[in-house]
Design a protein around this ligand. Structure first.
Ligand code: FAD
Length: 476
């Protein structure tokens, strides 16, 4: 049994959705394109899973509507804080608009089909109907178990062989398991990971049954931080545990991290740093009662969320394509070592022109743009130059929201009001601005720091840059 397509997208996440959109924009014919995904639903905006998806059912009763201005377009998110009933008539109206557009209902947490791609960039929402109307075959709930890039075939777990002329690998990444670090028991009922919709549904159920109880969040990255905020909103007591000296250690400076940690502490979150989880305690029903840490601490726990990193899904191509930095190595056209195979999103290691480095990025903006770029290179090769990407990452927690552009290397210059809620930093390397961070910015301010990071201006005097602060980006 088998089918043949001109273009096959392997994986059905963010990059797949944006790639499909780009294929249609560039005139793919009916029947030419197929998407194969292990997930049972059409591509969706994965970041929603740790944000709107985890809001409590009664989120409308009290909320803060938080508008995030992003890439020149207004993006909005509902941030719920049960303890702060701020609903005014104006906010209420805005929430209704956002609720119906982003969350699928005026007072519900986010649920599909509301956040299918490409709502994250305020473009059309690609529902299963959209794929059908454009003649795109969606093969869902189907895992590809092997690939043969020489024969240009994929073999699915259901025994079907799918042949392609061009393959776009968009298999993303999987969450690292505690077992990979020698800790047993993470398959227990109340231990949650968060990568896909099934994980999110499980997490919602565990949260509901743990209301008023204790949660331990393992990992201080953005998954841990966003989940911790959601747990607080769901009235669960949270302790975060991570080995680093502060949260978001790969990006935040100690000064930036201490702002967020203090904010979280004011919400009741406790931090246990510099140690890791070593084992779980269970009761006679195999329910987790506590976690044990390497430093000897025992923390009571009704539930545990583990966010300790991801590993790109490259295994189908090991020994067939060149891999680098954990991902599939591609050139500036997102083309791998086999000219019929392209790779995009979390699984791709690509040349980042602005820094002259080859990198693998685990961010949604990179997934969207690399996917669009690969499709441009496939459909209009003569008109497509090398991908010129400015790394961009954001997060939203409680009423906070930050954006980061570029690289976090070199000297750090902080600016702004760390006691208020608008502050930031520049990273200066070899005398040039290479990265910028801003919390609580406006649309214009975020655009300004993005622009300055791309321009990489020379900095002669770091003290002067510190004095000018955000004004340096705004006036440049
Ligand atoms: P994915 O979206 O992970 O999609 C991969 C797809 O491939 C999945 O559908 C998977 O099932 C499928 N697949 C894999 N192997 C196979 C196989 N063998 N056969 C069939 N199908 C397969 N980034 C930000 O910048 N900001 C954020 O705030 C943010 N929040 C996030 C919150 C959460 C909870 C998560 C998990 C991620 C978040 N990210 C965020 C990261 C962002 O979502 C990812 O960078 C993005 O999803 C990567 O897109 P992708 O298409 O490469 O991979």
């Amino acid at each position: 049994m088998g089918r043949a397509f001109v273009y096959v997208i392997l994986g059905g996440g963010v990059a797949a959705g944006y790639a499909a959109h780009e294929f249609v924009k560039r005139g793919v014919d009916h029947g030419e394109l197929c998407i194969i995904s292990e997930e049972p639903v059409a591509p969706y905006e994965r970041p929603a899973l740790s944000k709107g998806y985890l809001l409590p059912e009664d989120s409308k009763k009290s909320f803060i509507v938080h508008r995030v201005l992003n890439f020149g377009q207004i993006r909005q998110s509902l941030i719920v804080e049960s303890s702060m009933a701020l609903a005014t008539v104006e906010l209420d109206m805005l929430a209704q608009e956002i609720g119906s557009r982003v969350c699928g209902g005026e007072d519900d947490p986010a649920r599909l089909p509301a956040f299918h791609c490409c709502v994250g960039t305020n473009e059309e929402r690609l529902t299963p109907k959209w794929y059908k109307e454009h003649g795109i075959e969606l093969v869902l709930g189907t895992r590809v178990k092997s690939a043969d890039v020489r024969r240009k075939t994929l073999l699915t777990a259901t025994g079907e062989t799918i042949t392609y002329k061009i393959l776009l690998v968009a298999t993303g990444a999987r969450a690292l398991k505690l077992e990979e670090f020698g800790v047993k028991g993470s398959d227990a009922e109340s231990v949650c990971y968060l990568r896909d919709l099934a994980d999110a549904n499980r997490l919602v159920n565990v949260m509901q049954s743990s209301s008023g109880g204790n949660a331990v969040v393992i990992g201080g990255g953005y998954i841990g931080m966003e989940c911790a905020a959601s747990l607080v909103i769901n009235k669960i007591n949270v302790t975060m545990v991570f080995p680093e000296p502060h949260c978001m250690a790969r990006l935040f400076t100690p000064k930036i991290a201490s702002y967020y940690e203090e904010y979280y502490q004011a919400k009741g979150v406790k931090f246990v740093k510099g140690t890791v989880l070593t084992s779980f305690d269970f009761d006679s029903n195999q329910k987790i009662t506590a976690v044990n840490l390497r430093d000897g601490t025992k923390l009571p726990a009704d539930m545990v969320i583990v966010g300790i990193g991801i590993r790109p899904n490259t295994s189908l191509f090991e020994g067939q394509l060149t891999l680098e930095k954990g991902g599939i190595k591609v050139n500036g056209r997102m083309q791998s070592s086999n000219s019929s195979v392209y790779a995009v999103g979390d699984v791709a290691t690509f040349p980042v022109k602005i820094s002259g480095e080859t990198r693998r990025l685990e961010h949604v903006d990179s997934a969207r743009k690399s996917a669009r770029h690969a499709v441009a290179a496939i459909m209009e090769p003569e008109k497509t130059t090398d991908f010129d990407y400015l790394p961009f990452f954001y997060s939203r927690v409680f009423a906070l929201s930050w954006q980061f552009y570029g690289d976090s290397t070199g000297d750090v210059i902080h600016f702004g009001d760390f006691l208020g809620n608008s502050f930031g930093a520049y990273w200066v390397n070899n005398g040039h601005v290479v990265g910028s961070f801003l919390e609580g910015g406006t649309k214009e301010e975020y655009e300004a720091i993005a622009k300055i990071t791309r321009l990489k201006p020379e900095i002669e005097d770091l003290t002067d840059l510190e004095t000018q602060g955000l004004g340096f980006a705004l006036l440049s």
